[in-house]
Write a protein that binds this ligand. Structure first.
Ligand code: NAD
Length: 464
């Protein structure tokens, strides 16, 4: 989903809210329409877009690299969102991701608004020293707009706890005496980071699917109150397959922070048996119909190494697999497809070749609106990004909180709290989606998020 598609979906939801009798306690139709339109104007425009250039001397000469921080909206709390290092970063992409952060935080009822940052670099092409310089210069450029009570970045695609530690160090130098630990989340544990932060998004992504298939399905097995018959049948069939001792097949696109952890969760799942038949990264798809040894692949790729690409590397990893083209992961024979790489992966041109019956967005915005609508009509379950990949920001919230109380939570506490918060949101979304007809699961998530944001704006007296 790109920026335009996100805005369009928001507009559609807002139109429906403006027509919803009694919404915000306003019975007068004209007044309600005016108030909701006023919220729509605020939420479909961005508070602040900052673009700058980072000047670094590299072995290829002096470069001026575009860098961004976009603060979309802070009605529900301080701006919050990751910083990515990627050769695909653009202003439009960063703005789209900032909007999705506002919606995600509202959906999960976190006390944060939405922001995002990006630097237009392929981090793999830079030395550690150069990346350190880029990270520090990013903070120098944007320091005035960041801070524990204003805008709190975190890692994202192409960045990690090392990058965040460098950024915190620079923030501390620029703002001596400030409570610097709360200025970034995703730090290393030694530097005040939350235990379990790196795994949180992947674990939460898998939870959004497995909880639907196990607990939620079991609680509603009678089918009472279920109006979404095709999707319900999809889940019932998967459940049946697992009950017949035929492990559910899973494919995972992207084998980084999010994808490798989600794949491990599927591989190790004790509740319902799964076999991970395919995983991919930017160069390769590895496929094995009988199931891949995900633990061996996770060990092989530790420290950001690519997946094995040929028979020698597969032998070194101790993994049996066929090496397929990079996009094969999207269309292979599988029951579940977890998207954990980048945006715009499934669209009009390839949606009909997708075999999976459940799609889970660990990545942000990998499925276009057109594909979403197609899957909805076909009975495929699409668990959208703002629902599925919130584990990271929930744990980020706990990290930010622990920096305030200067006490470290245990990993068990963090993951238990993350699970509790995720399940609360999953319950509210699945209840509303399966009891209704018509809209996609993404529409349902946008509705719940926009209801909350509009209500906050109204309560704060910002809508006329
Ligand atoms: P990462 O850099 O650790 O891993 C990205 C993976 O995707 C790598 O395996 C890379 O090789 C692969 N990849 C890149 N381009 C690809 C392509 N064209 N085709 C197939 N694979 C490709 O990043 P990450 O932190 O795991 O983030 C992945 C996605 O999840 C991003 O969309 C990010 O915005 C989203 N996300 C991440 C977090 C988090 O906490 N890290 C939180 C929420 C959402």
């Amino acid at each position: 989903m790109d920026r335009k598609e996100t805005a369009k979906l928001m507009e559609n939801v807002m139109t429906e809210l403006s027509e919803k009798e009694g919404f915000l306690g306003i019975e007068d139709d004209e007044k309600r329409k005016r108030i909701v339109l006023s919220a729509q104007e605020i939420l479909t425009t961005t508070d602040k877009i900052i673009k700058s250039y980072i000047r670094v001397s590299t072995e290829h000469g002096i470069m001026r690299i575009p860098a961004y921080r976009v603060q979309h909206n802070n009605i529900s709390g301080f701006y919050k969102g990751g910083i990515r290092f990627s050769e695909f970063v653009s202003e439009e992409e960063v703005e789209n991701l900032a909007i999705l952060m506002t919606l995600k935080n509202a959906l999960h009822r976190l006390p944060f608004g939405g922001a995002k940052g990006g630097v237009h670099v392929d981090p793999r092409k830079y030395s550690e020293k150069e990346l350190n310089l880029i990270s520090k210069k990013y903070v120098q450029r944007f320091a005035r707009d960041l801070g524990p009570n204003h805008d709190i970045p975190a890692p994202d695609l192409g960045t990690n706890e090392q990058v965040i530690d460098w950024m915190v160090g620079e923030f501390k130098t620029i703002h001596p005496g400030q409570a610097y630990l709360g200025s970034f989340t995703g730090k290393s544990v030694e530097n005040g980071g939350a235990r379990g932060r790196r795994e949180a998004t992947g674990k939460g992504t898998f939870l959004s699917y497995i909880w639907l298939l196990s607990q939620w399905y079991d609680e509603h097995v009678s089918g009472n109150g279920i109006n979404r018959t095709k999707q319900w049948e999809t889940i019932s069939n998967l459940k049946q397959q697992a009950d017949n001792s035929d492990p559910i097949r899973v494919a995972v696109q992207g084998f980084g922070n999010v994808g490798s952890v989600a794949a491990l969760e599927a591989y190790q799942c004790s509740e319902i048996a799964h076999r991970v038949v395919a995983v991919s990264d930017r160069y390769t798809t590895l496929y094995n119909e009988k199931g891949l040894d995900v633990r061996a692949l996770a060990a092989y790729t530790i420290g950001g190494k690519d997946l094995p690409k040929n028979s020698e590397e597969l032998a070194a990893a101790g993994v049996e697999a066929s090496v397929l083209p990079v996009d094969a992961v999207l269309t292979c024979e599988t029951d579940v497809l977890i998207l954990a790489a980048i945006e715009n992966q499934i669209h009009e041109r390839n949606m009909k070749q997708v075999n999976a019956r459940v799609l889970v967005e660990g990545a942000n915005a990998p499925i276009s609106t057109e594909a979403d609508d197609y899957f909805e009509a076909a009975g495929t379950v699409v668990i959208p990004d703002i629902l599925a990949n919130a584990g990271g920001v929930i744990v980020s919230y706990l990290e930010w909180k622990q920096s305030r109380i200067t006490e470290l939570y245990s990993e068990d506490d963090i993951l238990a709290e993350m699970g509790t918060q995720m399940k609360e949101t999953l319950k509210s979304v699945y209840e509303r989606y399966f009891s209704s007809v018509g809209h996609t699961l993404r529409f349902t998530c946008f509705t719940l998020a926009l209801e909350r944001l509009t209500s906050l704006l109204y309560k704060h007296g910002k809508l006329y």
